[in-house]
Design a protein around this ligand. Structure first.
Ligand SMILES: Nc1ncnc2c1ncn2[C@@H]1O[C@H](COP(=O)(O)OP(=O)(O)OP(=O)(O)O)[C@@H](O)[C@H]1O
Length: 319
């Protein structure tokens, strides 16, 4: 009984020590407000930080890892502010978006250098452990410049994990990877999440987040647009009205036929074709073929006009 409550206390204490908390965190660069009044709490497991380019994801990660000071509000990890705080630095690993690595080094040299930077008592052993974790031990004596993109990413993850941090922050870790490399990285991150680490990775690709993250934080134009369970956010995104431009052999006839179709909210004739506002992506695309056939209209092209991630995000923030 005592043992159980002691271990429960230990687990709770470990979770509290790695909790990331943002309270009204704001960061500007000159006139540019990169992060605007964001509050969130992140705990153990894998969280996706989703947003279009320029949304403020890197700025958020850099504030969490202590490389940037918030202009206003607070960012804490385990209750302490990371900005220029060596104690917090010891509990956090950052995998930056760019390859900020001397490519002539081998992965073993690079990861060992990271271990030395952290003043670990046994840098070589720590480097071996980290290289094993990312399954790079066999190739670790080759210069990083001979690596594939996926291997280079894994070398960066090993360097970030070398001091066994409770928190791992990754900026676009899947960029440029092929599907096999992606799967490998996903397995690695989900294993770390299951082991109780706080994993936060940024991405502008919905599918990556869908496959990996338990929870999602969506940022748009520096603001938090949605947060929580992925599925409910996804539903919100897919239930929004969809706009299509349909080019046909007889636009006017198709427009007439579409009015009153269940999945269609509005139709307008434009010089480029029929602009359709559909309530549901799936049922509209399924109904369109039958409706046009019945109307004797040939379909030339169906262009989803608002499928960019930016438009999905804009919908989420009600812009
Ligand atoms: N050092 C800087 N000086 C001035 N503006 C900056 C600086 N760094 C970022 N910004 C601006 O802050 C905003 C947020 O940038 P940030 O890099 O955090 O976004 P992001 O979501 O990570 O985008 P990306 O996916 O393109 O890296 C952008 O408008 C960007 O141009």
């Amino acid at each position: 009984m005592t043992t159980t409550s002691t271990s429960a206390t230990t687990t709770a204490a470990a979770a509290a020590a790695s909790l990331i908390e943002l309270r009204n965190a704001t960061r500007w660069y000159g006139n540019v407000v990169a992060v605007n009044d964001i509050s969130m709490t992140l705990g153990p497991g894998v969280t996706g930080l989703l947003g279009p380019n320029g949304a403020g994801k890197s700025t958020l990660l850099h504030m969490m890892s202590g490389f940037l000071e918030p202009s206003r509000g607070t960012v804490t990890i385990g209750g302490a502010a990371p900005w220029r705080n060596v104690e917090v630095f010891r509990t956090v690993g950052l995998v930056p978006e760019r390859d900020s690595v001397y490519a002539f080094l081998t992965a073993r040299e690079f990861v060992t250098a990271s271990a030395k930077l952290h003043k670990l008592p046994n840098p070589r052993a720590a480097a071996e452990r980290a290289l094993d974790m990312v399954e790079l031990a066999e190739a670790a004596d080759r210069p990083i410049e001979t690596y594939s993109k996926g291997m280079r990413q894994r070398a960066k993850v090993a360097a970030a994990l070398v001091h066994d941090p409770r928190v791992l922050l990754l900026d676009e870790p899947f960029n440029g990877m092929d599907p096999r490399q992606r799967l490998h990285m996903m397995d690695l991150l989900s294993g770390l999440g299951q082991a109780g680490r706080v994993i936060l990775f940024s991405s502008h690709i919905l599918e990556e987040v869908e496959r990996l993250a338990d929870t999602v934080q969506v940022v748009v134009a520096g603001r938090l647009a949605a947060s929580g369970d992925y599925r409910s956010i996804r539903r919100l995104m897919t239930n929004r009205p969809h706009v299509f431009l349909v080019r046909t052999t007889d636009d006017r006839a198709l427009a007439r036929a579409l009015i009153g179709t269940q999945a269609v909210q509005g139709v307008s004739l434009t010089p480029g074709g029929v602009e359709v506002h559909a309530s549901d992506h799936g049922s509209f695309t399924r109904q369109l073929a039958a409706v046009s056939r019945d109307a004797g209209v040939g379909l030339r092209e169906v262009i989803p006009a608002d499928e960019s991630l930016e438009s999905v995000f804009a919908y989420l923030v009600g812009a």
